[in-house]
Structure formats: structure tokens, C-alpha cells
Design a protein around this ligand. Structure first.
Ligand code: NAD
Length: 491
């Protein structure tokens, strides 16, 4: 690993252009927007602003590439190319991590230890998975044999949020390519840099021109809507807000596109009194405040069994106070800057609302002293609210948690499920039977028992209710990115 000071002088932010048909291009009308560093509020560079014209070019390139060398490439070679993308990401890890932290305001150690290695692993994982992938076969008495073959769906739109930019983008792109599709990517407008570099990384790995295209721009009336409405886009994989998902579904309906949705969450973190409190506190600090609380899986609704409530609160507040908020490039920093001024205003408006709803801010709720520039907010703990309050019900997507005591299993299950979200949940207990019992009743796509964010990429990942449609991971990703055709042969 290169020394950070050396990297800081070497790695520079850059202007981000689109990547279409294997080349970097600006928008035809020359339009750009500013990319802001959330930790300093300075301009990092200009970003080409794409619209209908650039989307048309990118989709045409992706459609053409479906029939070119990409289609003719043997599966073994495709596996090798996909693995190579992962290798190059690892070779460029320090640079990519640095850029990810500049763009997002997240601590560098997090980009280095999670975002970028995981982005590389996404390609290694799906390349290896493809090698072992099979399909179904059935014999119908002695009359016929059926077997299913997998084919690409076609041109897939990959639309991404800003919180884990390269990690989430590659979580889609790797299986999309492994299944033989071509892609048009619309990165989040707030975090364009690592997505831009992914274009040349794919090219250097041997991905043919037109297979991976990247168009920058905004959502509504911009590159986003042009992409979701495009008649030659066959499927959309979207990660972002539930409200955006509803708009995209309407656009997709016009040509009945296949949809995969990973949406918002307001996840319960349920702590029973019999659990190991030190372990609970250590993990709950992460599930509450890591990545500034800007993780869809964050457990922002904490429920503690009354017998452990006071002890938990005291220790949790004490440990939260120790969390250093500040410069993403300082190794001591645990919580960096929120993504944008607009998001900062949104998160702090919930802190104001908590007070109006009768809540008590136990700690945090304000800008840390001495940090006058950048969108910094202290980790915030709120008590005294109940399930009817908006602060408890709505996704805040910042370093803000509510803590509510409970008395019975039935009561906490009802509270945990009283939401239109259903993404994930954590549950802490040393009682094995209770763990099974409660886990089986929580309405969420992913439930962790005595842990949080422990991921095995083979397992189904996704939300129920308004937190998503479909599952990603292992064979589930291939189900979305492939067309299965059944071939029935009479014997
Ligand atoms: P967002 O919905 O505002 O934007 C996501 C992407 O959609 C961006 O690229 C944006 O430009 C694009 N977009 C916006 N409007 C569009 C439109 N009308 N047509 C086409 N594209 C459009 O979300 P965000 O603020 O970037 O991300 C935060 C949200 O993402 C949170 O709700 C969070 O929970 C969710 N999220 C979910 C997961 C998951 O796995 N379930 C993971 C990360 C983030």
C-alpha cells in the first residue's frame, strides 16, 4: 500500500465524461455540472451531463455489442475477462479508495477495507460462480426430456445510488456481464469518479467496446428518465429510494421491462436482555453510524428489552461519544461527512422534527465544534419517541438512531413490523429457540442473529414490502440477468 501523503499528492480528482462504445466523450451540447467534495464543499471537477442524446448513443452501442465479439466469446474467456476486471480494481485499489472517499466523504479506511476490495470481489465471485452454474432438467415420464438454457436478457440499465458507489455498481455489473448482457450505467450524480474509471478498467480487462457504457446525469428529465423509458432497454436493475423506484416502474411499464429493485429501509435492531452486551454495543455502533449511517441496512430503529435498557443506553452513549467525526483522510476518523448540503438539511430536519414530536436528543444532533466547512453531523441518539412518530417510521439515511424499550417478544415483533419497509433486521439473543421464533416472524428480506452485515454473496439479498423486488446474489442474480428457455425434446 502506498503512503497516504504520497497518494494525496498523486491522486487527483478529475473531470468525468461519459464512456460510450469504448471511448470517453463529453455531452454533445457541452453541458456539465459540478462535482462537490462533501468534506470541504470545494469543487472536485466538472461532470458531463448526459440526456436523451447520450442515452440513445449508449443504448445503441450496447444493443450492437450484444451481437458482436461479446456474443462470440467463449464462456471460459468471458470468465477470464470478468476476473481480470477484479484484478485491475485490486491493482488500482489505493487510487480508487482515495477517489471514493473524495466523492462520498466516507473515511478512507472504509473505502480501503470495504468498498474497493468488495468491488473487486464482486467480479471474482461472479466469474467463479458462472463456471459452476447449471440449469434445470426434467424427464417427463418416458415421453420427453426438458432442459433449460440461459441466454442474456439484452441491454440492461444499471442505476445506482451514492452511498456505496463502486461496491453497488459492481454488484450489478459483474453478474450482468457474467450472464452475457451489455450494460448502460447511470451512476449517482453525486459520486461520478470511480464509475468513470470503471470504463477504462473494463476496456483494459478485455471487455469489447459497447458492452459497458456509462452516462452521467441526473434522474428526472435527464439521463435517468431517458434510460428507463428507452424502448431498447430490456431490463432495469435499480438501487435507490423507494419513491424513485415507483417512478421508474411507471416508465418501465411502457415497454414492460424486467425490474430488480433494492430500495430503502428502516431496519429494526432488536436487543434482548440475555445477549452479550459488549458484543451488542460494538456491532450496534457500526450498524448505527458506519458510513455516516448512509447504508440501506443500518439498524436505525433500536429496540431494547426493558431489563437491559438503562445499561445499554449508558454504555452506548458513552461509546458513541468516543467516535471521532471529521476529515475522511484522518485514520482516527470514524464518521466522515454526509454526502451533500441537501442531504445534510434533510437529515437535520428530522432531528428538529424529533424534538417537535416529543423526543429527547440524548447526544449529537449538531455540527461538531470546529468543523465549519463540510457536511458533518455528530452521531445522534434519540429517545422518548414511539412507533407513531415520523422519525421512527421514515428512512433518515444519516447517523441518527432512535432507541425504544420493550417488554415482550410479541410487542417488539409488532413494532418491528409496523412499517412499509422490509429490508433487513438484526436480533440479539442467546436463546436459540427465541432466535428462530422471532427471526421467522420479522418481515424483512435479510435477518441477522447476533451480528450485522455479515455477507455471503451466494445468499439471497433483497427486501420485502416496499424495500425491494427480487433478490440479488449467487443464482438469484443470474435468474434476473438471464432469460431461461425451456427446450422439450420428445423421446
Ligand atoms: P435516489 O433514488 O435518489 O437515486 C438513485 C439513482 O436513481 C441515482 O442515480 C439517481 O440519479 C437515479 N434517479 C433518480 N430519479 C430517477 C428517475 N426519475 N429516473 C431514473 N433514475 C432516477 O437514491 P439515492 O439518494 O441516490 O440513494 C439513497 C437511497 O438508496 C436510500 O433510500 C437507500 O436506502 C437506498 N439504498 C438501497 C440499497 C439496497 O440494497 N436496498 C442500497 C443502497 C442504497
Amino acid at each position: 500500500m502506498q503512503a497516504q501523503s504520497e497518494l494525496k499528492s498523486k491522486v487527483k480528482a478529475f473531470d468525468c465524461n461519459h464512456f460510450i462504445d469504448g471511448k470517453y466523450v463529453t455531452s454533445n451540447n457541452g453541458k456539465t455540472f459540478d462535482n462537490i467534495n462533501p468534506a470541504t464543499e470545494e469543487i472536485l471537477g466538472k461532470v458531463s451531463e448526459g440526456g436523451q442524446e447520450e442515452i440513445d448513443l449508449a443504448v445503441a452501442a450496447a444493443k450492437k455489442a450484444l451481437k458482436g465479439p461479446w456474443k462470440k466469446m467463449s464462456t471460459s474467456n468471458r470468465i477470464a475477462v470478468i476476473r481480470r476486471i477484479g484484478d485491475i480494481i485490486l491493482e488500482r485499489k489505493d487510487e480508487l479508495a482515495h477517489l471514493e472517499s473524495l466523492d462520498t466523504g466516507k473515511p478512507l479506511w472504509l473505502s480501503n477495507s470495504l468498498d474497493i476490495p468488495r468491488a473487486a470481489y464482486n467480479f471474482h465471485f461472479f466469474a467463479d460462480y458462472l463456471r459452476g452454474l447449471g440449469t434445470e432438467a426434467y424427464q417427463t415420464d418416458d415421453q420427453a426430456i426438458n432442459y433449460a438454457i440461459r441466454r442474456p436478457v439484452g441491454v440492461v440499465a444499471l442505476i445506482n445510488p451514492w452511498n456505496l458507489p463502486l461496491l453497488l455498481l459492481t454488484w450489478k455489473l459483474a453478474p450482468c456481464l457474467a450472464a452475457g448482457n451489455t450494460a448502460v450505467i447511470k451512476p449517482a450524480e453525486l459520486t461520478p469518479m470511480t464509475a468513470t474509471l470503471l470504463g477504462e478498467i473494463c476496456r483494459d480487462a478485455g471487455v469489447p467496446d459497447g458492452v459497458v457504457n456509462i452516462v452521467h446525469g441526473f434522474g428526472p428529465d435527464s439521463a435517468g428518465s431517458a434510460l428507463t423509458e428507452h424502448p431498447d432497454v430490456d431490463a432495469i436493475s435499480f438501487t435507490g429510494e423507494t419513491t424513485t423506484g415507483k417512478i421508474i416502474m411507471q416508465a418501465a411499464a411502457k415497454t414492460l421491462k424486467r425490474l430488480s429493485y433494492e430500495l430503502g429501509g428502516k431496519n429494526p435492531n432488536i436487543i434482548f436482555a440475555d445477549s452479550d452486551l459488549d458484543e451488542v454495543i460494538e456491532t450496534t455502533l457500526k450498524s448505527s453510524f458506519v458510513n455516516q449511517g448512509e447504508v440501506c441496512m443500518c439498524g436505525s430503529r433500536i429496540y431494547v428489552e426493558r431489563a437491559a435498557y438503562d445499561k445499554f443506553l449508558e454504555k452506548f452513549v458513552e461509546k458513541t461519544k468516543e467516535m471521532v467525526v471529521g476529515d475522511p483522510f484522518d485514520p482516527k476518523t470514524k464518521v466522515g461527512a454526509l454526502i451533500s448540503e441537501e442531504h445534510y438539511e434533510r437529515v437535520t430536519s428530522y432531528i428538529q422534527l424529533a424534538q417537535e414530536e416529543g423526543g429527547q436528543i440524548l447526544i449529537g444532533g449538531k455540527r461538531p465544534e470546529g468543523l465549519n466547512k463540510g457536511y458533518y453531523l455528530e452521531p445522534t441518539i434519540i429517545v422518548g419517541l414511539d412507533r407513531t412518530c415520523r422519525v421512527v417510521r421514515e428512512e433518515i439515511f444519516g447517523p441518527v438512531v432512535t432507541i425504544i424499550p420493550f417488554d415482550t417478544e410479541e410487542e417488539v415483533i409488532a413494532q418491528a413490523n409496523d412499517t412499509h419497509y422490509g429490508l433487513s433486521a438484526s436480533l440479539w439473543t442467546n436463546d436459540l429457540r427465541r432466535a428462530h421464533r422471532v427471526a421467522g416472524q420479522i418481515e424483512a428480506g435479510i435477518i441477522w442473529v447476533n451480528t450485522w452485515f455479515l455477507r455471503d454473496l451466494r445468499t439471497p439479498f433483497g427486501g420485502m414490502k416496499q424495500s425491494g423486488i427480487g433478490r440479488e446474489g449467487g443464482v438469484h442474480s443470474f435468474e434476473f440477468y438471464s432469460e431461461l428457455t425451456n427446450i422439450c425434446i420428445k423421446l
